[in-house]
Design a protein around this ligand. Structure first.
Ligand code: C2G
Length: 445
């Protein structure tokens, strides 16, 4: 008797799962299905799992393909199970190609073609739907979105868009995405939501058109270059029950929320000064170093370094001032933004050709928070007091490159769970657009 084993979360059970189990069963005579526990999913960095383990097991059982169902709750269990049950074939979908090659020393490993299109939904007890997302722009960030989306339950990447049809096609083929288009309207028809990762100057138009066509939007920053444009986008989204989120990744990282909440609880007293720095030396021929209009340090890092300022000191700053070192080609190499508030102040430092200590320091009347580089992922932060022997260290959970938290919040919000409402409010995003507008106005041309 040939024994086959496969594992999965099987959240929001869909025909991709069904077909996988069907083909897994066909590989042998006896199929064992391992269903992950909540704890194991958390440990392996899968976020946004909606159904309980009882429901997920029940959905696998109902297919009739599983001869035995077990639970998977720890790393290394696959090897144990293969040995314990005398398994001949381990199988899983092609999204995991290569990952489980280490099992080849114990049994045969088969990667089955995953089902690319899972748009139609099965009957569900809850109102969660799989969100079909389209990617606008197929440049440097898009592949990172795809690899992190794999760890978010409830999302399916359905289509890509690039005005150059061939680029969209090549990208979709490379990443196993079922559809592509070079026509924006045609692309929008195929999705529920879009992730906009096109060049900075095109964000606003793509976001606006997507909203007008009834699509939810996750947009790379800056979504708009003026306060008025940002207000327009957020107002339209609100009036039409659509989700609009600006992809300031830091805002959605668990550690950053913890830092903000901790400061707001009064632990370091009243906040008087916020200083945030983000520098990364860019290649001489990169967009950041060559595009004088929309490249440069402020547009690259400003939304990150302004985020803790706006979150902790608010949107009501009294004065703002910029200092920039320009390249001969007019690109902003290093920009400092000084903001003053009533009884508080802030400094945001951004560099694409100047290297500095990338830290966040929040100074209060009772102590200060120090988040070392890379504070924008917020894997670690410390709270210091006058008594230097008393240091509190926080090491929050952080998985992958952090993109998954923002994607997870986007999907939840579309499904009506507003767990990210306070992470980056429309008011805060509009205030950031106002700063961007002020920067663009005084910028050397
Ligand atoms: N799958 C598929 N087509 C899809 C989606 C998923 O064929 N459109 C497959 C996956 O490749 C996997 C199975 O369905 O083999 C279960 O998928 P998930 O519930 O997403 O679980 P996953 O995170 O892939 O767990 O130990 C767990 C395993 O490592 C895989």
């Amino acid at each position: 008797m040939k024994k086959v084993i496969t594992y999965g979360t099987y959240d929001l059970f869909h025909e991709g799962h069904y077909k996988l189990l069907q083909r897994a069963k066909a590989l042998g005579d006896y199929l064992i299905v391992g269903v992950t526990t909540e704890h194991f999913d958390e440990a392996r960095g899968k976020v946004n799992v909606v159904d309980s383990i009882m429901d997920r097991i029940e959905n696998v059982r109902k297919t009739g393909f599983a001869d035995e169902i077990i639970v998977e709750d720890h790393d290394g269990q696959k090897i144990e199970d293969i040995q314990r049950y005398g398994v001949d074939i381990f199988t899983v979908g092609s999204d995991w190609i290569g990952t489980f090659d280490y099992l080849k020393q114990f049994c045969e490993v088969v990667y089955l073609e995953r089902t690319p299109d899972i748009s139609s939904t099965l009957e569900r007890k809850n109102k969660f739907k799989i969100v079909n997302v389209g990617i606008v722009g197929t440049g440097r960030i898009a592949p990172r979105f795809i690899s992190e989306a794999k760890y978010v339950s409830g999302i399916n990447i359905a289509c890509t868009y690039n005005p150059q049809n061939q680029s969209a096609q090549a990208f979709s083929n490379r990443h196993d995405i079922p559809n592509y288009s070079g026509e924006y309207e045609e692309f929008l028809e195929q999705v529920d939501a879009v992730y906009i990762a096109s060049p900075n100057e095109t964000h606003y138009d793509y976001a606006r058109k997507a909203l007008v066509n009834g699509k939810h939007v996750l947009c790379e920053k800056p979504a708009a270059f003026t306060k008025r444009e940002a207000q327009g986008l957020y107002q339209y989204a609100m009036d039409n029950g659509l989700v609009l989120m600006e992809a300031v990744k830091t805002a959605y990282c668990p550690g950053f929320s913890q830092l903000v909440n901790m400061v707001q609880s009064g632990k370091i007293g009243k906040v008087c000064d916020v200083e945030a720095c983000f520098t990364r030396l860019a290649n001489d021929n990169s967009r950041e170093r060559t595009d004088a209009a929309y490249g440069g340090a402020f547009l690259e890092f400003g939304s990150y370094t302004l985020l803790p300022v706006i979150k902790l000191l608010g949107t009501d700053y009294k004065d703002i001032h910029f200092d920039t070192i320009y390249d001969e080609n007019g690109v902003d190499l290093y920009t400092k933004v000084y903001l003053s508030y009533d009884n508080a102040m802030a400094l945001s430092k951004n560099g694409v050709a100047v290297k500095s200590e990338g830290q966040l320091v929040v100074a209060g009347t009772k102590g200060y928070v120090l988040a070392p580089s890379p504070w924008w992922l917020t894997r670690r932060f410390e709270v210091h007091f006058e008594d230097s022997s008393k240091v509190e260290v926080y090491e929050p959970v952080f998985q992958g490159d952090g993109f998954r938290y923002e994607i997870s919040d986007f999907v939840s919000k579309i499904n009506g769970i507003d767990k990210n409402g306070y992470k980056l409010t429309a008011e805060e995003a509009i205030a950031m657009a106002e700063v961007t507008e002020a920067y663009m106005k005084q910028k050397k041309r």
